[in-house]
Design a protein around this ligand. Sequence first.
Ligand SMILES: Cc1ncc(COP(=O)(O)O)c(C=O)c1O
Length: 424
Amino acid sequence: MGWAEAFPRKGLFVATKLPVARPRSVAATKTAFTYPAETAFAVDKRQYLFDHAYIARRETLVFNDGFPDTRLAPIDLLIREYRRFGNYRFTAKFLSYGPVQGSENLRNELARFLNHSRGLQVSPANILITKGAQMAMYLASQILVRKGEEVAVGEPGYLGASEVFRAAGANLNFIPVDKDGMDIDAVEQLCKKKKLRMLYVIPHHHMPTTVTLSAARRQQLLELAKKYQFAVVEDDYDFDFHYASSPIMPLVSVDTCGNVIYVGSFCKTIAPAIRIGFLVAPVNLIEQATWLRKLVDRQGEQLMEEAMANLLRNGDIDRHLKKANKIYHERRDLLCTLLRKELKGVAEFDIPAGGFSLWATFGDRNVKTIAAGAQKLGLGMADGDDYWHQKPGRVNGVRLGFASLNEKEMVEAVGLLKKAVEGA
Ligand SMILES: Cc1ncc(COP(=O)(O)O)c(C=O)c1O
């Protein structure tokens, strides 16, 4: 590099004329990565396309699929709890390997929280702490489903769950979803023809259409599950966000036979990046799921779990939920008002009872074209495809997430959506 000069039989000397060191641009020094882009051996491509590319574009205005507003996330409270861990003598016991099933404190607090918020009569032994609802669904389906076994899911539905069930080897059966939720008569027809192993249901605010499973259908589903002995996986990831006077209690709260497995999450309560969810089930299933969890992830983040336990214990989570619900309720109402005003006769919707988004349909207008137009105007939104397992038969509908837009952003977003619809 010019810093030294070699003289035969004399040695190596510092150069008399040193080189001038100039910064080199990164582009000019581009490293040649020699590691192959592809394996030499075959790797099956198993995922089906399910791409939330629009979520990543944080800089633009986005009608997302229904996420909380991270500006409201109680990170300050979490940090306050974390600060306590600065005292090593207090923290030492949480820094080594801990319980695979999750912090005992958290499971105790959670059992209490689930009891007072949704009437679940469960003990800490019935709870496995997971990294979000997603991991809970993965563990439950890996334990329950063997290759080729029959699993029922809603159509339209949550492909993020269906993909997990497919990965477990499930043969998916699509059950129509109408304004009262999953069509349980169709489930009964299915049970008469096939041995159903598991049914996945989002009874509270169905993804994507936000409908609630009616009381009569809940009863019917529990009776069927008992008669045909299949497992019901109840995904109640957004139970804590409800704007009507009283939410319907989960199926699991009235299950006395051990048919229902309950999945929940705090990922929408604090922020999606804070990964704490839970699986509630009879002890024999929890034991198996705990074993499996240990194979992929020795345990959760103990400090985080302890911090969450404290937030539950001292009422901070309840207070945050109260505050967030009030704000999301107002945002839901604002979106409904704006849609009625700006897209009257174009966008059809029912007022969602809770959750983070509204399901809007656009008649024979193509949502894909609308989404593409919106994109050009700087508004991100889904194109309606990711809710359907079977593409023919899809309705021109899309989820419009209201929770993460403040008033100004919401007005702007609906204005852009209107322009996009006019141009479609
Ligand atoms: C219906 C449904 N279930 C589960 C999840 C996953 O939640 P988590 O972030 O807790 O894994 C989502 C995510 O948005 C969802 O829409």
